[in-house]
Design a protein around this ligand. Structure first.
Ligand code: SF4
Length: 222
């Protein structure tokens, strides 16, 4: 992951400001959704595993056809690594990803009765699945209040700042401590979407940002 932190403020915002930030995110987008297409927990795991260093749009283009023929671990293994590569060859690192998807499908069949496990520890046993992927799956498939820190969320958290950290894990644990429980389920979606479309890496769109008056990042764009 390429992380571009923009740490400009010495102190994170206070608890009342954190609550106000998420109140506004919720008011603007009560049911935020991720942008990866999937049809069940298994295809979600596959989609997230394929999305490393790739855009959601690019992954969706490839999985549209793939998930029609392989939406279970058994069907994925039957498809085989060579065929799978053909479906995902437009995605970066596709050779390694194809290997991992076949291996994780095999492990799901052999160790988890073909079901996607519901704990972070078990998910992280799957080839190609790290903490971020596990957090996405726990949150989206199983409704857990986990925070998956991608490059966008990492940048936004350090800019406002909500949780300041030099690693994704530090930011994740810091956010878990400060985000009010009622916002925890959707927090990572709001922050990722905010980073993707408003608080962009090179030129944040501060004039149209709904938390402009609460954010301490300087220099904001005019
Ligand atoms: S004001 Fe600017 S820097 Fe702060 S969160 Fe909004 S877009 Fe990002």
């Amino acid at each position: 992951m390429t992380l571009s932190a923009a740490v400009s403020s010495p102190q994170p915002v206070d608890a009342a400001t954190v609550a106000e930030i998420f109140r506004r995110f919720e008011a603007a987008n009560p049911e935020p959704r991720g942008e990866l297409d999937y049809t069940n927990p298994f295809t979600l795991v596959v989609a997230v595993a394929l999305s490393a260093q790739a855009t959601d749009v690019g992954v969706n283009k490839a999985t549209r056809a793939l998930f029609k023929v392989a939406d279970t671990p058994e069907k994925m293994v039957a498809l085989g690594e060579d065929e799978l590569r053909e479906y995902i060859k437009t995605i970066g690192l596709f050779r390694n990803k194809a290997k991992n998807v076949i291996a994780l499908s095999q492990m799901l069949i052999e160790r988890f009765n073909s079901q996607v496990p519901r704990t972070r520890e078990e998910l992280e046993l799957l080839p190609g699945v790290g903490r971020k992927t596990a957090n996405v799956v726990l949150n989206i498939a199983f409704g857990e209040p986990t925070i998956a820190v991608d490059t966008h969320l990492f940048r936004v958290s350090n800019r406002i700042p909500l949780s300041i950290g030099s690693t994704p894990l530090a930011v994740e644990l810091g956010l878990e401590r400060i985000i009010p429980a009622r916002y925890a389920r959707h927090a990572h979606h709001w922050l990722i979407l905010h980073g993707r479309y408003i608080c962009k890496a090179r030129k944040p769109e501060c004039p149209r940002c709904l938390i402009n008056d609460l954010c301490r990042f300087e220099p904001k764009t005019a």
